[in-house]
Design a protein around this ligand. Sequence first.
Ligand code: SAJ
Length: 425
Amino acid sequence: MKFQKICVFGLGYIGLPTASTFATNGVQVIGVDVNPEVVNTLRNGGLHIHEPGLRTLVQAALRSGNLTIQEQAAEADAFIIAVPTPFREDKLADLRAVEAAARAIAPLLRRGNLVVLESTSPPLTTADRVAPLLEASGLKCGEDFYLAYVPERVLPGSILRELIENDRVIGGIDHPSAEAARDLYSLFVRGEMVLTDATTAEMVKLMENTYRDVNIAIANEFAHLAERFGVNVWEAIELANRHPRVNILRPGPGVGGHCISVDPWFLVEAAPDLARLIRTAREVNDAQPSHVIDLARQAFGEFAGSRVAALGLAYKADVDDLRESPAIEICHLFQQAGAEVIAYEPYRHDQQVDGISLASDLSESLQGADLLLILVAHQPFHNLSPTVAAQTMRQRRVLDAVNLLNRTAWEKEGFQLFKLGAGFK
Ligand code: SAJ
């Protein structure tokens, strides 16, 4: 099947790189976003998100004349839905953006078109929620138009490379739909494309992220056990990982982001009676921020009236994404304990984030601090100097939640260094 013009809904971390990559591969792309600020920023040559290499790619796509950005969708050969599927307060999937996109596509749909859902969704969303909305057009799914679920699997921080190189799971509502979607993605994907049905593809996506969540949960639980038994978990993991079939992940301040901290709930929601381990893993990881403040109390006592410098607010190293960030939750917990928190996030230039003051540089956040919290292992923190910190801070106390700091160097400068999963060891 040939695609000359496609329409991509949602210009976020997935939709924008996808739209731009199609455009730089010769396809005419209409990038649609309901947020007028996003549309304006992109049209004016700006970028509303940080991802290595993305600026250059978007500029190339715009310069080629193949990418246009607008608030309204238009007729096309294929439609890709790459909008967010967050969860609500009650942990149920919020499919409103997916449904709104499907409703917007219906009046534009023509015989022979392809519709692809990329957004992570609970099992059966494509068949039971998206197909009926598209069929409001009067066209029949499978007979008049193709429909497929093709999950994105790219790792924030490496999106541009993984978009092209990763294998893709292509789930068709029927086999011709899977083949049509394969034809579309073969325009730029170099990984293998494996065809299956839509519900299997939905399940595969959720399994991938749930698998990672459960593995991080066990790493976090190992950290708790190590803290109790006076063991350094980082050393223990390194030793255990010498086993040829063991690969334990890293404990940390918690699991954030819009994927791994959210997606497993879609399985819990779909089958609460079956997803017991998955729910427990979510609970273990969600409890990490309060574990961090408990550790800080255990190490250094109460915080009322103290000044706390928090390094990193993003959900993981070297991204600017703050969604579901455990670091933000930890800052709030310190504030609730009466501390004044000054955070520094090198990838953001806001003055405040969710009621947390942001320093404009590292030394401003360290100024007069009684405690230094290392919450994210961003590259710019790797060379953090204990000598400078010792001169700037009021008290030499540090809690490292990500095993970033060299104990010997910091202790040499008179710091009390407490590490998650290792204590003062
Ligand atoms: N984390 C740990 N310990 C680890 C690894 C990660 O605590 O050993 C934490 C991170 O700090 C972060 C969270 O987990 O807070 C998630 O980070 P991540 O790098 O594991 O994953 P994401 O959310 O950035 O991207 C994931 C990826 N999924 C898998 O690796 C199975 C990516 O391939 C998906 O495309 C993405 O979710 C998505 O969009 O679903």
